[in-house]
Design a protein around this ligand. Structure first.
Ligand SMILES: [Zn+2]
Length: 128
């Protein structure tokens, strides 16, 4: 086998390998069951944590604005286009005030906020 043949063979194997990877990625995408809208978002929230933001307690997806503390909320997933769930931020404050009498759950009453309100547990349980 001369060099050219060897190169061709390597390219072919490379192609096969890429096809195999694509197939597996495609399968993983199709089999993705949540908790987010798609696998790309799921992975992105971990690998691009400085860009993408998900707040479990408020159920909000956003893009972090560089050099600021701000975050631009997303209504639709920028990867798969699905509509993202509605934010439950207002309900978070409302329920804490009405049911627990906490008027400033982000400041003075912060320590009194029940544990389930720090994660997605509270809205999952209430079926929001
Ligand atoms: Zn998505």
């Amino acid at each position: 086998m001369d060099n050219q043949e060897l190169l061709d063979k390597m390219r072919e194997e490379d192609d096969e390998w890429h096809k195999e990877i694509d197939k597996r990625v495609e399968q993983a995408r199709r089999n993705y069951k949540g908790p987010h809208c798609c696998l790309t978002m799921d992975r992105g929230l971990v690998s691009d944590a400085h860009v993408l933001h998900y707040s479990a307690k408020y159920r909000e997806y956003g893009i972090i604005i560089p050099k600021s503390t701000g975050c631009m909320l997303m209504d639709y997933c920028m990867f798969c286009g699905k509509k993202l769930p509605i934010s439950v931020r207002d309900e978070w404050f409302e329920i804490l005030e009405k049911e627990y009498g906490l008027e400033s759950p982000c400041e003075e009453d912060k320590k009194k906020v029940p544990k389930e309100f720090l994660t997605d547990e509270w809205w999952q349980q209430r079926g929001l």
